[in-house]
Ligand binder design. Structure first.
Ligand SMILES: NC(=O)c1ccc[n+]([C@@H]2O[C@H](COP(=O)([O-])OP(=O)(O)OC[C@H]3O[C@@H](n4cnc5c(N)ncnc54)[C@H](O)[C@@H]3O)[C@@H](O)[C@H]2O)c1
Length: 335
């Protein structure tokens, strides 16, 4: 295909970070779209996108031949419809997380992505977060031996965010936000085979779903994990993550300039901890766009394809189900 990436960005709130990611890469912004004219024009002025390239209806650019890549950052409930429409038009699509909110929608996106001539990636941003990339590199290099326990938390106060589509019970906090922690754990430790969860509801009276959930999970007989999701927490946004291995431990998050690595000496005794400097960038849109561009232009594997995105949501759905039924649930990964 043409080596030039010509991009349409749909959804002009968080979606503005996709414009910045595309611009940092040197791609051309061929169109921007938001059904809210005010949001559209705000972004248009901010990024100097001419009026003729601003659209309030994405259908007007579905078959625009000047566009070969589309980023989708609209309410989660619309991910499937808009992504599938562009995939059917043969465009490469980078869609925000979570991939979708129901198993039916996950299946439909996978099928449409399989049939499309375009590539598809879901933006699980933790895979582009400097501290988590470093943690993954350390684990893969054997620096902490074999993982026996991994935990991650998604702590984000939604108090000011739940007067809209985020209050939809389908968009449970574990799926909408907790998918970050679940995806990070899956990326580093693999697929949990069973989950068990408790839900709490003390902080966000405006939503029907639990605003805090704790889930434990089993990977194999000797490896376990834990995810804590709080969408009403009284603290700054962060994702504290600890990875315990047989030869060391990593403590990191996405909002601190350092992470900690414990390793052992020849006798297996824990050494003084090392402090590793990392860039703070919890929304590394430039890296995310670059990864997708590399897949499109250079044939690299897509960082998080539709099946990967679906497996993460499947674990989230299993956690929600367990918290409601009080029973352990085995995620089904047969996508
Ligand atoms: N990766 C991350 O860390 C991260 C952070 C924030 C949001 N997100 C995701 O990004 C997406 C958008 O979130 P947000 O915070 O920007 O939400 P938002 O509600 O603030 O903004 C959504 C925008 O989409 C527009 N929109 C709605 N329907 C549309 C349609 N049919 N066509 C065109 N535009 C439409 C709205 O007018 C609005 O401007 C969500 O999927 C969310 O989960 C991801």
């Amino acid at each position: 295909m043409d080596k030039k990436l010509t991009v349409a960005n749909i959804g002009m709130k968080f979606g503005m970070s996709h414009i910045e990611g595309a611009m940092a890469y040197g791609a051309e912004i061929a169109a921007i779209c938001d059904c809210d004219k005010e949001a559209l024009d705000f972004a248009g002025e901010r990024y100097s996108v001419p009026e003729k390239k601003r659209f309030t209806d994405y259908k007007d650019i579905l078959n625009n031949k000047d566009i070969n890549l589309v980023t989708v950052a609209v309410p989660d409930q619309l991910h499937k419809k808009i992504s599938c429409d562009f995939l059917k038009a043969g465009k490469n699509v980078l869609c925000e997380k979570p991939l979708a909110l129901t198993r039916e929608d996950l299946d439909e996106i996978i099928k449409t992505a399989d049939e499309s001539s375009g590539k598809f990636m879901v933006g699980q941003i933790c895979r582009c977060t400097p501290a988590f990339e470093k943690a993954k590199e350390l684990v893969d290099s054997g620096a902490i031996g074999e993982i026996y326990f991994i935990e991650s938390e998604y702590a984000h106060d939604y108090m000011k965010l739940v007067d809209n589509w985020r209050s939809d019970p389908l968009r449970h906090g574990v799926i909408g936000g907790g998918c970050h922690a679940v995806d990070l754990i899956r990326w580093i430790a693999g697929d949990p085979q069973e989950v068990f969860a408790y839900g709490m509801h003390k902080l966000l009276p405006a939503v029907e779903y639990d605003d805090a959930t704790i889930a434990v999970m089993k990977f194999d007989e000797n490896t376990a994990g834990k995810v804590f999701v709080s969408t009403g927490c009284k603290r700054d946004y962060t994702m504290r993550t600890v990875i315990y291995g047989t030869k060391g431990t990593i403590i990191c998050d996405n909002t601190s300039p350092t992470m900690t690595l414990f390793t052992v000496d020849e006798e297996g005794v824990t050494k003084e901890p090392q402090t590793i400097d990392v860039t703070v960038n919890s929304h590394n849109a430039a890296k995310e766009f670059e990864a997708f561009a590399d897949a499109i232009l250079n044939g690299k594997p897509v960082l998080t394809d539709a099946r990967e995105g679906a497996k993460t949501v499947e674990v989230c759905l299993s956690i929600v189900e367990s918290s409601k039924t009080g029973k352990p649930v085995k995620p089904k990964y047969a996508f």
